[in-house]
Design a binder for this molecule. Sequence first.
Ligand code: MRU
Length: 336
Amino acid sequence: MTKDSVSAVSWRQEEGVLCLLDQRALPAEERCVLCRTVEEAAQAIENMTVRGAPAIGITAAYAVVLAAPEGRDAVRAALDRLARTRPTAVNLFAALERMKRRFEAGPGLEGEALANALLREARAIHEEDIAGNRRMGAFGAELLPDHAVVLTHCNAGAIATGGHGTALGVLRSAREMGKQVKVYADETRPLFQGARLTAWELSRDGFDVTVIAEGMAGALMRQSRIDAVIVGADRIARNGDTANKIGTYGLSVLARAHSVPFYVAAPWSTFDLSAADGAAIPIEERAEEEMRLLPNGARLPEPIRVWNPAFDVTPAANIAAIITERGVFRPPYDFR
Ligand code: MRU
């Protein structure tokens, strides 16, 4: 029996503060960053103390609660500030929209009453995410054989969500069903979410996990049995085109070339049905500095240019199925 070993986001009711597992420090150190203000929470999303599409949505929801004691204008300002943190993961905007609706549903609420109403909504977003991941995990686990060998990219685990995980939730659920699972984790440059977070999260739960550099995935698929690639998502368009961590698209091309099924696991809050296709998805470009620091401690000198998009779009044609809490969708996609 596996458990949701670690939580990325928790609300400390006694102190009225938000505790974020500092994902920048992993795997060297497990420490909590306390956010007492909206600005602290917004910066924690921007600097990736907390990351992963559902986890940043949940963080933003709790962050709105932090504004309530300052009054209704502060809540409005919080909704605006948090919406300007990271552009690609639509879960952030879905969570803020729910918080805004809750705020507007109680026009006379102030102070503690307002904070309590907002906290109930943030908790609901958090709990629904965990419950959804468990349902999604059960659907996805059916797709895997016993003794499955799975390749994953970035971190779509418990710490990228409210708990259990999306892609890693499928693996956890498969194990709970009694299936054995071996995992390859792409290291995921430039911030190493695969090596630092996925490998750590899975190995502390007793999974057999091996880290590879992205450049090794093709050779791995050619030489070894890989039963499936499973990744998470940051935004899924109406036609199934899916934005996820940079490198996902290349992996989908390799999977297709090697006849390996490529699955996306994501909750309904990751769907943007207003986006007709992947071209409508905004792709975050992050600071050059993330790319300039080299593993030997040297720095790429300035005349050398750097391109650092945080996400890419995998065309629906490369995706065998999209696993959600509502079931498994296969092409041609109709997400109504
Ligand atoms: O830049 P990050 O680390 O926030 O990117 C995260 C990813 O791309 C994840 O794979 C995605 O959010 C799915 S998380 C369940």
